[in-house]
Design a protein around this ligand. Structure first.
Ligand code: 5GP
Length: 121
C-alpha cells in the first residue's frame, strides 16, 4: 500500500492538527488517543512515512527500528505504566484490514493504568 500523505497522523506530524503530546524525539512522536479505550491510552508513531509494521520492517533503517522500540518503552515509563514505574501495559499494532487498522501510518497503542483485559474479543 502506498503511503497517504494526508492521513491524520501525517497531519499531526506536520502540526496541521493538534495533539496532546506525551513525548517526541528524532524517531518518534507520542500523544494521547483521541478516543481512549482504557484509563491510559497513548499512541507512539514513527516519524518516517510507514503504512504499517510490515512496511516498517521492510524499509526502516536499524536506527529507526531501535528508535521506535526505545520510544515505546520510554513513553511507558513516562506514563507510569512500565514494569519499572507501574504495573505493566499492552502495546498493540493493528495491521491492515483484518487487523482493524484505521489510520494508515504505523502506530502502537499503549494501554494501561488498569487491567487491560482479554487479548482479543
Ligand atoms: P487503529 O484502528 O488505526 O489501530 O487506531 C487508530 C487510532 O487513532 C484510534 O484509536 C483513534 O481513536 C485514533 N485517532 C483517530 N484520529 C485521531 C486524532 O485526530 N487524534 C488522536 N489523538 N487520535 C486519533
Amino acid at each position: 500500500m502506498k503511503y497517504d500523505n494526508n492521513n491524520i497522523f501525517a497531519k499531526i506530524l506536520r502540526s496541521e492538527i493538534p495533539c496532546k503530546k506525551i513525548y517526541e524525539d528524532d524517531f518518534v512522536l507520542s500523544f494521547y488517543d483521541i478516543n481512549p479505550q482504557k484509563k491510559i491510552h497513548a499512541l507512539v508513531i514513527p516519524k518516517g512515512k510507514y503504512v504499517d509494521l510490515d512496511d516498517f520492517s521492510e524499509k526502516a533503517s536499524p536506527d529507526e527500528m531501535v528508535g521506535l522500540l526505545k520510544g515505546i518503552s520510554f513513553v511507558a515509563k513516562k506514563l507510569g505504566i512500565s514494569v519499572d514505574t507501574g504495573k505493566g501495559y499492552r502495546a498493540l499494532a493493528n495491521i491492515s484490514e483484518h487487523g482493524g487498522q484505521e489510520v494508515p501510518h504505523l502506530h502502537f497503542h499503549l494501554f494501561g493504568g488498569e487491567k487491560v483485559g482479554k487479548m482479543v474479543e
